[in-house]
Design a binder for this molecule. Sequence first.
Ligand code: F0G
Length: 429
Amino acid sequence: MTQYPWKMVCTSCDAEYPALEVRYRCDCGSTLDVKHDLARFTDGRAPAPTRQGFDARLASRKRLDRSGVWRFRELILPLEPENVVTKPEGNTNLYPAPRVASWAGMDALWLKHEGENPTGSFKDRGMTAGMSAARALGMERVAVASTGNTSASVASYAAQAGMKAYVFVPDGNIAYGKLCQALAYGARTLQIRGDFDAAMSLVQAVCQKEGIYLLNSVNPFRIEGQKAIGMEIVQDLDWQVPDWIVVPGGNLGNNTAIAKGLVEMKAVGLIDRLPRIAVIQAAGANPLYNAWHSDGVLRPVKAKTLASAIKIGDPVSFGRSWGWLKALGGVVEQVTDQEIMDAKAQVDAQGIGAEPASCATVAGLKKLVASGIISPQAQVCGVLTGHVLKDPDAAVAYHRGTLEGIESSSANKPVVVDAQLDSVLRALD
Ligand code: F0G
C-alpha cells in the first residue's frame, strides 16, 4: 500500500485517521484536516520545496507544473501523478485596481481574480484536489450540495474524469450561469425545494447511504487544493507577503484553506511572516460575523441575500475555520446587499468584473478602511471568487434599475434607439 506523507486529523479532538480513505468526519462528528508531514523537508527525508523550484515550474510544459494548484504539490497533496485530474487550473490574474482602491479609501489594491479559473470560480482549485483523491480511492460517483459554483466545477471535473456527478442545488436560488454549467456538463441536477443548508444535509445523508463520494468542502482534500490561492498570491507578488488578504465567507472553506496554506508555507520557511485575513459575510447570511463578535457560538440563521453564492446560514466549516482565522489575526465584517452591489459596480466598471458574492470582498474592505482597521497604505489583496458572467441577471437588473430593494447609483442603462443614423448619433452621449 502506498505510504502518503500526510494523515487526517480531527479538528476538535486530534484523533488521527489514515491518509486516504472515504471519510469526511471524525467519529466525534467534527471535520478533519489533512496534516502534512512537514518535518520530512527539514530532516532530509524529502527535498524541501523552494521559491526557485516553484518559479522554475512556471516555465515548464509538464502537466502538473502548468497547474496553479499542482505546481505547489508538495504542500497540497503529493498523490501519484496518474491520479491527478487537472485541466489545469489556477494561474489567475492579480490585477492592480487603482479606481476601486480609491473608491474603497485605499492608496492601492490588488484583486486576485479567481473567476478566471476553468469553470469561472475558485472552486476548481479545491475540485482538482478532491477529484484526484476520488480517483485515487477508485470512486465512480461524486456529489455536492451547492449554491452553484461548486456544482459547475464538480460537473466539469467529473465529465473530464469519466465519473458520474450528482448536484443538489436550492430550487430557484441559483444563478443562471451556474445552473447552465451543471446541466451542460452533464451532472444529474436535483433542484431541492429548500435552501442550501437543506441541500447540504441531504447530500451528506445520500452519500453515506449510497457510497457516493462527497466533494463539498467538508471533504478535507478540497481544502488542500484551495490553499493554492494564497500560495499563488505570494508567488505573484514575487514572494512578498501582503498585509491583508480579504475574502468573502459562506461555507467558510475558502478562508480556512487560504490561512492553512500560508501557515504551512511559513512552517517550511517559504515566507517569513503571515498576512492578516478579513472574512466578509453578507449581512443576511452572517453566522460567523455574529459568533465572532459575541461568544463564539455558531447560531445558524435563515440566510437572505442577493449574493446567492454565499447565501448560507449554517456553514459546515465553521468549527475548523476558527483556529485558522485566529492564526492570521483575522477580522470578520458584514455588508448589506446594497453595499455589495455598489462595490460590484466599481469592480465591474474597472473592467475586471465579478459576481455579487465576490464583491463582498471590496464592500467589506471599504468598511474596514473607514473604521480604521485596515490602513489606506496597507498592501491588500482582495480575492474575487467568481466570474461576472456567473450571474448576468443581477448585473443586468442592476444597470436597468430593476433590482428589487437596491438603488442603482452607478447604473449604466442600456439605450433603445431607432435604426437611423441621426437617432444613433443623438444617443451616443
Ligand atoms: N464566493 C463565491 C463566488 C462562492 O461560490 C462561494 C461559495 C463563496 C464565495 C464562499 O466560499 O463557501 O468557501 O466560504 N460557494 C459554494 C458553492 C457554497 O456551492 O458554490 P466558502
